[in-house]
Design a binder for this molecule. Structure first.
Ligand code: G3H
Ligand code: ZN
Length: 283
């Protein structure tokens, strides 16, 4: 069933688990995510970024995701990932997203607040919750390009002020996490996360979770992370499976046969993450 992310994240916060938020670009990834959630009886978010919308079209990809959500036996929210502008958030609301992020984290504090306030006013008017970000998450993703060295972690006091001033429903934090593949072993700053948790009442979000060791993910969930974003590990499963299949079956031309094993591989990734996040059986 199609639901708002607010109810999912508040339940996660109350019961100490995290809901997985998985990025889709097409029908196959969407099927893999939904099948995993159904197999694990887990609530879930399907996320669509500005880049995914550019690739697949605002008239198509959100419709595929919404249709899949409405038919699913588990609660599914459709979320705009890293909303780069007020305009795109408005378009997302119009086509039925049930959750949006306005990412103005590259802007100075006051401008970030102002951008989020605008979106909160409009989105809340139609009952849609808003995720925002303070601090700068490392790595490169879509329009977000921040070198890992320059990346600025979230300051707990600033985070509290930001949530209060912007009225956002969920807060994405920068605690040593980065988008894409990690160069070395990531080391999340758990003291910082605990300090943010102390001061910020809304559910916290961890971006760039692909490649973070399981033990650190468990600790992050224990310290208040309620939504965990995964994209790269799904892409990796897709690409490696298609590559291997084509190497073994170089004459195959049927897209269904080529993509079938990739769907299964992506489903397996999502199922494993659902178990790790503690959201299995929470639907
Ligand atoms: O917003 C999406 C994510 O933060 C995904 O990060 O590609 O490192 O898994 P990832
Ligand atoms: Zn992200």
């Amino acid at each position: 069933m199609l639901v708002s992310s607010k109810e999912l994240l508040l339940d996660a916060q109350k019961h100490g688990y995290a809901v997985g938020a998985f990025n889709t670009n097409n029908l196959e990834i969407t099927h893999a995510i939904i099948r995993a959630a159904e197999a694990k009886k887990a609530p879930i978010l399907i996320q669509i970024s500005a880049g995914a919308i550019r690739y697949a079209g605002l008239d198509f990809l959100p419709m595929i995701a919404r249709q899949a959500a409405m038919k699913a036996s588990v609660p599914v929210a459709i979320h705009l990932d890293h909303g780069p502008s007020f305009e795109l958030v408005m378009k997302a609301l119009r086509v039925g997203f049930t959750s949006v992020m306005r990412d103005a984290s590259k802007l100075p504090f006051e401008q970030n607040v102002a951008e989020v306030v605008k979106v909160v006013e409009a989105a809340h008017a139609v009952g849609v919750p808003v995720e925002a970000e303070i601090g700068k998450i490392g790595g490169a993703e879509e329009h977000v390009v921040v070198s890992e060295r320059e990346a600025l972690m979230t300051d707990p006091d600033e985070a509290a002020k930001f949530v209060e001033a912007s009225g956002c429903d969920f807060l994405a934090v920068a605690i040593g996490n980065a988008h894409g593949f990690y160069k070395g072993e990531p080391k999340l700053d758990f003291d910082r996360l605990a300090a943010i948790r102390e001061k910020v009442p809304v559910p916290l979000v961890l971006h760039g979770a692909s490649g973070i060791p399981d033990e650190q993910i468990r600790k992050a969930v224990e310290r208040g992370i309620c939504k965990i974003n995964i994209d790269t590990e799904i892409r990796y499963a897709f690409a490696t499976t298609v590559r291997a299949f084509m190497a073994e079956n170089p004459k195959q031309i049927d897209p269904r046969k080529i993509l079938g094993p990739a769907i299964e591989a992506m489903q397996a990734v999502v199922e494993r993450k659902i178990e790790l996040f503690g959201s299995a059986g929470r639907a």
